[in-house]
Write a protein that binds this ligand. Structure first.
Ligand code: 6GU
Length: 237
């Protein structure tokens, strides 16, 4: 998979070269390119924003630098690959595991990380009409506001990239984790020692009856989901 990220803070995205995503890039399972929006400005001050039409607080990102930057990324396409263009914004649709799975099945993601009060709305509208682009998405991590889309883009990239074949050492961990196929949160996990600070690991988990363990884990998953995320349970959502 190829991923391009456009931001005014390219340094923000440096952690993408660490750990499992770094390894995936050296194995060529994944290619990540980071671009500085300011390289696509044409004035001496490298201006990227201006005051909003209609008034109001804050600044809006100019369409021209975004247009140029996304054009430049699209111009580097190889072999007619089509991209999904993602704007990270608190005004977007909620990003979740099902969306991560959909995105992991695509070949190319381009992230536009907005700051301030967002990017001039015509940018998304324009690129939705471009032949090189399959889909334009506006995605949010959740109901809170971050200073910019960089952290959100990193979260989405990590959630998507770990689903690519060869990124996670043991692919079984993908189906058994929270938000996996069951749609429930994962049961609590324990390791050695069996007793730590007076707290004992449930005996059943140490007895090796795999049927009973599976039963215990699904009951725990339901209980935990009901307690902290009742909205995930089909009957209560
Ligand atoms: Cl994608 N961007 C910003 N700025 N804030 C957010 C977000 C995105 N998702 C949740 N809060």
């Amino acid at each position: 998979m190829r991923i391009d990220v456009i931001s005014i803070f390219p340094e923000y995205l440096e952690p993408l070269s660490l750990s499992l995503l770094g390894k995936a890039q050296s194995k060529s399972v994944l290619e990540i390119n980071i671009h500085n929006l300011r390289d696509h400005t044409s004035d001496a001050h490298h201006t990227v924003d201006d005051t909003p039409y209609g008034g109001g607080a804050g600044m809006v990102m100019l369409p021209e630098p975004w247009g140029e930057a996304i054009d430049a990324v699209l111009a580097s396409a190889t072999g007619g690959t089509r991209a999904t263009l993602i704007f990270t914004t608190p005004a977007g649709a909620l990003f979740h595991q099902r969306r991560a799975e959909t995105l992991a099945a695509t070949e190319w993601l381009i992230f536009a990380c907005g700051r301030y009060e967002g990017i001039d709305a015509r940018v998304a509208e324009h690129f939705a009409t471009r032949a090189e682009i399959d889909a334009v998405l506006e995605l949010s991590l959740g109901d809170y506001v971050l200073n910019g889309g960089e952290v959100a883009a990193m979260a989405i990239i990590e959630a998507v990239a770990r689903l690519l074949p060869g990124v996670i050492g043991n692919p079984d961990s993908l189906s058994e984790e929270s938000h996996g196929t069951s749609g429930l949160l994962e049961a609590p996990a324990f390791t050695k020692p069996a007793i730590w600070r007076g707290l004992e690991v449930p005996a059943l988990l140490r007895e090796g009856n795999h049927g009973k363990i599976a039963e215990w884990r699904s009951a725990q998953a339901v209980e935990r989901t009901r307690a902290v995320r009742p909205d995930l349970l089909p009957e209560e959502g």
